[in-house]
Every structure is written in structure tokens, then in C-alpha cells.
Design a protein around this ligand. Structure first.
Ligand SMILES: C[S@@+](CC[C@H](N)C(=O)[O-])C[C@H]1O[C@@H](n2cnc3c(N)ncnc32)[C@H](O)[C@@H]1O
Length: 272
């Protein structure tokens, strides 16, 4: 569907700088992106032809993670770096299975949050908050979170394909710890993120390209990724390439899971 940009573009955007959120939207088949984002996406895909498939694989991991959490009885989700709404948003997956599930979307991108708010206009159990996930205290004390979520009960915090936009490992670990410490025991933290362990020279080049966007990219090795889960119990199968995380169908995983170039895992805050 073609919708003129002026109909959806918030004011104050720099139309010359590609946005990670809008590039991702383009790769997933959305239309909330600008020429600068599409040009960037084409250059990135020329460099790494598997990129659209990599992003779809990451999105499938998110879907399976939500399914797993619903099976564990989770009824509250805080989706950090949720992106521009696309097919299979967390509240759609969750509320289809359990209609009273509560979901708060958080993103710093103005397009992502404007469209999330519009999508949720008639949904009393979901809300959108424009905020920077690097400040857990501000996010968790926001009116939106305090109104929507009961932090005395378990919550699933989702950080899907977003912590690679936090450069420093110590900062990334302290962000995760900020959420972990504030959550009730029995809460979950889901993280997936890009790695260079299997991406080779193409991956290096795409990472360098991302320096031109509003969100430079930091890949993490398996060890660096696993350290993000300090203080949490890893749910089986632990840290794996995202297609290997509890595949639900043969389409979820092929013989080359490393081509996803992303690790995923879920940690649970211990009860004691
Ligand atoms: C690649 S998209 C991932 C979207 C979704 N989580 C998924 O897995 O499909 C990354 C999103 O994270 C957002 N983001 C990056 N850094 C952020 C930050 N510090 N605070 C909030 N959002 C952030 C970007 O704006 C973008 O929408």
C-alpha cells in the first residue's frame, strides 16, 4: 500500500539520516520508511544478500519466545525497542491466546511510537511509550508502565534485536541488570542480538554501513552475549543461534542456523 509520507511522518525527523527502525520496517515489507531508508537498505542488501531473511528469522524467534512465555503463564510484556508495528506484533500474538495480556511497547523512534499509539487506540490492554531503554528507571517509573503493568507480578521484558544498538558491554549489562533488579522473581528477560561469530566480511561491511544511520551497530560474540544474562537462570536450550531456540516447525530452522547471524536466549529471575 502506498501512503504519502506527509500522512504519517512526525515533524522534526531528519529525512537525510536513515533510521534503524524504518530500515527494519522496509526489510519486513512495511511502508513507513523514507527514500533515504530504502537506499540504505538496498546498499546493505547488496553487501549482505541474506539480510532480509536474517531479519525475518529474528522476528520468528520473537514470536516463539512470546509463545513460550504465554505457556509459562506470563500475562505482562514490556517490549523494549519494539520498532514500527508490522505483522505479528507482540500484543497480537499474546492477546490472541490470552486476551487480557497486557503489553507496553517502548521505542525511541518517533515513527515507531506514533504508529504503535495509533494501532493501540482501541486496545485497553496495550500502550506505547516513547522512551530510551537505556534508562530502566525512567521507563519503569513512567505513568504508562505503572498504569499498565503490575511490577509486583512477573513481567516478560523483551529486548529483541535491539541491544546491538548499545555499544558498550558494561552499559548493556547494566541496562539488563536495571530491569532485572526491578522485576518480580519469576520474571523473564528475552534478548536476541547480532553477532559477528558467523557473519564474516559481509557482516563487517554491514556493521560499518550502520554507522551512517541513527543507530550504530555492535555485534557480540557468544561469550559477550551470554554475560548479559548475569543473575538470571537461562531457560533451555540456553544461548543458541535464534533458529535453534525451540523451533516450532521445520521452517523455523534449517541446516545452517549460524546464517541467522544472531544469538537468542531467555533468562528467568530466580524465585529465591
Ligand atoms: C531492529 S528493530 C527491532 C524491532 C523488534 N524488537 C523486533 O525484534 O522485531 C530495533 C528497534 O530498536 C529501537 N531502539 C534502538 N535503540 C533504542 C533505545 N536506546 N531505546 C529505545 N529504542 C531503541 C529502534 O528505534 C528500532 O525500532
Amino acid at each position: 500500500m502506498l501512503v504519502h509520507e506527509s500522512a504519517w511522518m512526525p515533524t522534526g525527523l531528519d529525512p537525510e539520516v536513515p533510521s534503524a527502525a524504518r530500515v527494519y520496517d522496509y526489510f519486513l515489507g512495511g511502508y513507513h520508511n523514507l527514500a533515504v531508508d530504502r537506499e540504505f537498505a538496498h546498499r546493505a542488501q547488496e553487501t549482505m544478500p541474506d539480510l532480509p531473511q536474517i531479519l525475518r528469522t529474528s522476528r520468528r524467534f520473537l514470536r516463539r519466545a512470546v509463545h513460550y512465555l504465554l505457556e509459562q503463564g506470563v500475562t505482562q510484556f514490556l517490549d523494549l525497542g519494539s520498532g514500527i508495528p508490522t505483522a505479528g506484533n507482540v500484543h497480537e500474538i499474546a492477546q490472541e491466546a490470552a486476551p487480557h495480556t497486557r503489553v507496553v511497547y517502548v521505542d525511541r523512534d518517533s515513527v515507531a511510537m506514533a504508529h504503535s499509539a495509533l494501532m493501540l487506540e482501541h486496545n485497553d490492554n496495550a500502550a506505547a511509550l516513547r522512551a530510551d531503554l537505556r534508562h530502566p528507571r525512567d521507563v519503569l517509573r513512567s505513568d504508562t508502565v505503572l498504569t499498565m503493568l503490575d511490577l509486583n507480578e512477573p513481567v516478560a521484558v523483551l529486548m529483541s534485536a535491539v541491544l546491538h544498538f548499545v555499544e558498550d558491554d558494561t552499559e548493556a549489562q547494566s541496562i539488563v541488570a536495571g530491569y532485572r533488579n526491578a522485576l518480580a522473581p519469576g520474571s523473564y528477560i528475552v534478548i536476541s542480538q547480532g553477532t559477528q561469530d558467523s557473519a564474516g566480511e559481509q557482516g563487517e561491511q554491514v556493521i560499518r554501513l550502520y554507522d551512517q544511520t541513527d543507530s550504530p551497530f555492535t555485534a557480540r560474540s557468544r561469550d559477550r552475549f551470554e554475560r548479559l544474562f548475569k543473575g538470571l537462570d537461562l531457560v533451555e536450550p540456553g544461548v543458541v543461534y535464534v533458529p535453534e531456540w525451540r523451533p516450532e516447525s521445520p521452517e523455523d530452522v534449517d541446516e545452517h542456523p549460524e546464517r541467522s547471524c544472531a544469538y537468542g536466549a531467555i533468562g528467568r529471575k530466580p524465585l529465591y
